[in-house]
Design a binder for this molecule. Structure first.
Ligand code: DHE
Length: 482
């Protein structure tokens, strides 16, 4: 016992003697910036690294398929541990990000030549993009043959759904580091990228495809870009003089606006894309994680305690209903369909193995479906009798439930990779196939026949996360979360 205490003390002493600031300056600053706000490499601040696992291993061994080399030969394990702790420490001064910084960061691809027509034979409306978070790439899949047409590098840690322009030709992809990348699907080429903020949440596109809105935590703001990635505005978000992080921004096509969920303010903001006019809707408490009625007149958001869904009428600003949804409903993943003549929506809960099915006419609870653990993502398709619900958290994260839309019963549970995360599904344009991610570094996209539920293909991928079908996204197909 005494020996163990001595060795722990020695370890702490050597960590204490490590000089992570000097090690950072020597080994990391050239790529990640002297201020830790990123350069050719991502920002190394807690806001960005928050959910990254194995930071010490990455410092020691590097990252395959990136420019990050390993430092195990140059730094002791203690120095690496100290460096990992250092980059997870908040910056002493809150960093700023200005319109000038944005302009300076904008890099357009000098080799980009827009094609007059798609450079491939596949149906451009049945392209599916697969975000591969394992090595920060996107694969462009032909949704009929499942051939990979292109695989391109993205900024670090892409999060949220990429957004397609209304023609389904261009796609905008956002990273937690605040980079927005524009890619031309017809030409299979990157158009360019810009850093819209230091830490961002998600991105939305205006109904006419001319404006992009980026929701930011750092600085607390909404960035508006034009479709050529020129900054048009950086709107500081605050309520009563206190800045508020923007949890997410949503496109509301029928309203012709962007709707903002604010993390730190009891308000919903609605912003007009072209003139950036702001409408502030006071609410009783901050709401997060929005789902909209099909006409975008009402929004349901989760309250901070994660036990209720609160419905707000966006026209008159009044609270319309409050549903008991304990266990943190993940409303943003909600999907809708017709159940015996009524439109219902389903939402998984992040805190418990339950899916809530809600009648959208009066926001009453239709049923809570028990699942084998908390889920994250749902998908359906107008042509399919089923919804696909993963079990992202807990011991059953290797399971995917297939649920009958009419009986609300689980009809099949797929678990082809015991012990490995099997999550997030997406249908092809015609609803004939479903693509599911084996969400592991040496992962895969597994293609199922949507009727027989039999596996038809396995496509190797590096930790695939979300998958996005052009047609399903631009037509706001019922079964896809927006
Ligand atoms: Fe997400 C979408 C918020 C953690 C993967 N996630 C979204 C959206 C929001 C959101 C607001 C909708 C954006 C859009 O598409 O426009 N996510 C949050 C969180 O608040 C949370 C819980 C904590 C956080 O750190 O941000 C969170 N999300 C995660 C993850 O840990 C996931 C699993 C892995 C990752 O890449 O970070 C993750 N989120 C995703 C994915 C989507 C997403 C794949 C797009 C889903 C879709 O099918 O459209």
């Amino acid at each position: 016992m005494i020996r163990r205490i001595v060795s722990i003390s020695l370890l702490l002493a050597s960590v204490a003697h490590a000089d992570p600031a000097a090690d950072y300056a020597e080994h990391c600053a050239a790529c990640h910036g002297e201020d830790r706000l990123g350069g050719t490499g991502p920002a190394l601040i807690p806001e960005t690294l928050g959910r990254l696992k194995g930071i010490e291993t990455i410092i020691a061994e590097g990252r395959v398929s990136t420019q990050m080399i390993g430092y195990a030969e140059q730094l002791s394990p203690d120095a690496i541990a100290a460096l990992a702790a250092y980059i997870q420490t908040p910056l002493e001064q809150r960093p700023d990000w200005t319109a000038g910084d944005m302009v300076a960061s904008r890099e357009m691809n000098p080799d980009y030549r827009p094609a007059d027509a798609p450079v491939f034979k596949a149906d451009p409306m049945n392209i599916t993009l697969v975000v591969e978070t394992g090595d920060h790439h996107v694969s462009v899949l032909d949704g009929d043959s499942f051939e990979v047409l292109d695989r391109f590098a993205t900024p670090f840690a892409v999060h949220g759904g990429p957004k397609f322009d209304p023609q389904g030709r261009f796609v905008y992809i956002m990273s937690r580091d605040g980079w927005v990348q524009k890619y031309d699907i017809w030409s299979l080429a990157e158009v360019g990228r810009i850093r819209a903020a230091l830490n961002s949440r998600n991105i939305a596109i205006s109904p006419d495809g001319e404006w992009l809105a980026v929701a930011n935590y750092l600085p607390e703001s909404l960035t508006i870009l034009d479709d050529d990635l020129n900054p048009a505005d950086l709107i500081a978000v605050e309520a009563e003089g206190t800045p508020s992080r923007v949890s997410a921004v949503y496109q509301a096509p029928q309203r012709g606006s962007f709707v903002l969920a604010l993390k730190d303010a009891a308000e919903i903001w609605e912003v007009t894309p072209s003139d950036h006019a702001i409408r502030r809707i006071p609410i009783s408490e901050p709401l997060d994680d929005f789902f909209f009625s099909p006409d975008y007149k009402q929004v349901i958001g989760a309250n901070r305690t994660g036990d209720s869904g609160v419905v707000v009428d966006l026209d008159d600003g009044h609270e319309v209903a409050r549903l008991p949804l304990p266990g943190m409903p993940h409303l943003g993943s909600g999907i809708t369909w017709e159940l015996e003549g009524r439109r219902v929506m389903a939402t998984p809960h992040l805190g418990e193995g339950v899916l809530s099915v809600i009648d959208m006419a009066d926001w009453s609870l239709v049923k809570q479906i028990q699942t084998s653990g908390p889920g994250f993502f749902l998908r359906g398709h107008a042509t399919s009798p089923y919804i696909w619900a993963d079990v992202f958290f807990g011991p059953h994260r290797d399971e995917m439930h297939v649920i009958d839309k009419q009986t609300l019963e689980i009809v099949r549970t797929l678990a082809p990779f015991p012990g490995q995360t099997f999550a997030h599904s997406e249908f092809t344009r015609d609803g004939s196939h479903v693509l599911v991610s084996l969400w592991e570094d040496e992962g895969a996209v597994v293609v199922y026949d949507a009727k027989t539920l039999e596996e038809v293909r396995r496509l190797p991928m590096r930790k695939p996360s979300g998958k996005y079908n052009v047609w399903n996204k631009i037509t706001f197909e019922d079964g896809t979360s927006h």
